[in-house]
Write a protein that binds this ligand. Sequence first.
Ligand SMILES: C[S@@+](CC[C@H](N)C(=O)[O-])C[C@H]1O[C@@H](n2cnc3c(N)ncnc32)[C@H](O)[C@@H]1O
Length: 458
Amino acid sequence: MEELSVKIEKAIFEGRYLSHLPNGQVLLLEGFAQPGEIVKVGIYKKKKDYCEGRILEVETVGEGRVTPPCPYFGRCGGCQYQHLEYERQLALKTAILAENLRQGAKIQAWPGLSVVGAPEIWRYRNKIELNFVDDDFGFALGQCYKGSFYKIVDLDDCLLFPEPVAAIIKAAKEWRQKYALSCFDRHRFVGFLRHLVIRHAHHTNQWMIIIVTSDDYPENYPDNTSLQKLFKDFLNFLPKDLAVTSFYHRLIRLQRRKRESYTDTLLAGKAHITEKLLDLDYQISSDAFFQNNTVQAEHLIEELLGHCGQLDQRPILDLYCGVGTFTLPLARLNPQRKIYGLELVASAVAAAQANARLNNLDNLEFLVGDASKMVKQLRDHDFGAIVVDPPRSGLDPAVVAFLLEMKTPHIFYISCNPVTLSRDLALLSPLYEAKVIKGFDLFPQTYHLESFVKLDLK
Ligand SMILES: C[S@@+](CC[C@H](N)C(=O)[O-])C[C@H]1O[C@@H](n2cnc3c(N)ncnc32)[C@H](O)[C@@H]1O
């Protein structure tokens, strides 16, 4: 591997860095650095237009570096920025957002652009999914290694998740050892234990634990009755003061080369845990998507509501509404106004409807389906605003066409990917002008970056 020293020029999205080789070629780097630092790198890929390399050593250390508190940092793929003090992380994310806006949306500068920092920068996550593995490296329960899908870092704790996670991981390891349970082998499709999923409701302190297995049952536990006994014994390994509100077994059927299907069976407690978002109750089922950082999600909702209070009574459409994270607060903000939610996943919509009932909100209507196909049905509506919160891939071209056709006075774009956000802002720019652009840090210590953009019809 060719080695040389270069200066880090920019941080780019997804935790990588950009530099140039002496011959002017672009160099994309993985590792832990910050702009301005001189680093020794090893080049492992040479393409016609660019090269890829790894940061091997930091030769000139920049300001704001800290010793990462997590012993797994660098190996575990979960975090990318623990080596930087929090203000530096926010500055890095602001620069990444600004650069994407410049390149993708041709917004040359946005005075005062910032990323709103999180009040809690450790132990803020409300969901974690760990992998069981038992391979040539031995047994492990943890997260994927940086850059690997198969290799797992054995964890005893995760500093992004509330403290009892350590006790739950310990319990899972001891329980697995007592019964000598096999772990699922993702190459050979054999073995039993697959994942341990833990969810925690921040405001109510309720816990959900899901043990995910294959249907390659252990010899001594061939049927449901014996399996239930085996699973319930897991609870005996937990600390006595950890009350589990909801305990599930998820069975994933082994279907090589086919999409996997699964069944969740409630083993103990309630079917769901309840979380609050700005005092609205949300029931979270075992398979529901829910914003991972409760407190910062509330700040994002407050930002949106702050712009919607003055709008007229025309309905608002919430595209990609999930379980109603934005739909419900919008409905409560003005009970006279109708709010429409559209979402692909039927179970999320069922949860959104249940949550609307739970909070006595009746000015909502939900539609299930693919936004790119369903928007046609909404052409005749006269919306006062449209909220879009798409997946990482951003808006489908049919949704962009719909937005340009509707000419709704305001669009609120919530994004988890500054690259596709900037692309979509460019596509909307013939008719829409950005009035507010802000980043929100929902994932301190990691590269993830949420953005909020208010667009007005020109
Ligand atoms: C980033 S999440 C946002 C969910 C919700 N707004 C929230 O904050 O909880 C994106 C949502 O879009 C949904 N989705 C993905 N592709 C979709 C499509 N083609 N049509 C409609 N919804 C889609 C996903 O199921 C997911 O719920």
